[in-house]
Design a protein. Structure first.
Length: 182
């Protein structure tokens, strides 16, 4: 009985800290290549290569949303979305939320900012530059880097392989982003 209690406690720790302690054997999962053998090998290889770029962009976009949210909440409080985000962006986000609700699918998030596009995130920053001037060094740099990231996002989001030059450009632009912050 004490072993069962210890295992349950370990599961709770894993869940709380989003880690795997290794006390249970890993469940085997079929990979997409095994599950969808009808896809050509070259397409599966491209997908595996593109997955790393998607992961990078996912993390970057989520961190930008977090940065915006925290900066806005610190200065403007909990009502920042209604008070400081341009009306056009709020309207577009509301349409996306309504579309998900009307189609009976699970909402992607309870946070409106999670419905914004990368370009809209850039507009939120530039529309509130006085607030973000303490975070970023230059509004022009933010505009340039965000524009470049937005262009690089297209092939990643729309399942097209990035050329070697664009992979290099993505890596450099991400470095530019972090350098720009501080």
């Amino acid at each position: 009985m004490s072993g069962l209690l210890a295992a349950e406690n370990l599961k709770a720790v894993e869940k709380q800290f989003d880690i795997e302690l290794g006390h249970l054997p890993r469940a085997t999962q079929e990979s997409a290549t095994e599950y969808y053998p009808q896809f050509e090998q070259t397409v599966r290889q491209e997908a595996a290569q593109m997955a790393q770029h998607y992961e990078l962009f996912y993390c970057l976009e989520q961190s930008i949303r977090k940065l915006i949210t925290e900066a806005m909440e610190d200065v403007e409080g909990g009502n920042w979305w209604e008070e400081k985000v341009p009306q056009q962006i709020r309207d577009e986000v509301k349409k996306l939320i309504d579309k998900e609700v009307d189609n009976g699918i699970t909402r992607r998030s309870d946070r409106a900012i999670d419905y914004t596009t990368f370009g809209q995130l850039s507009i939120i920053i530039s529309s509130n530059w006085s607030l973000f001037a303490t975070i970023f060094k230059s509004p022009r740099a933010v505009e340039r880097v965000m524009s470049s990231l937005n262009l690089l996002r297209g092939p990643i989001a729309h399942c097209c392989p990035l050329s070697e030059d664009e992979v290099d450009r993505l890596q450099l632009t991400v470095k530019d982003w972090f350098r720009m912050i501080g």
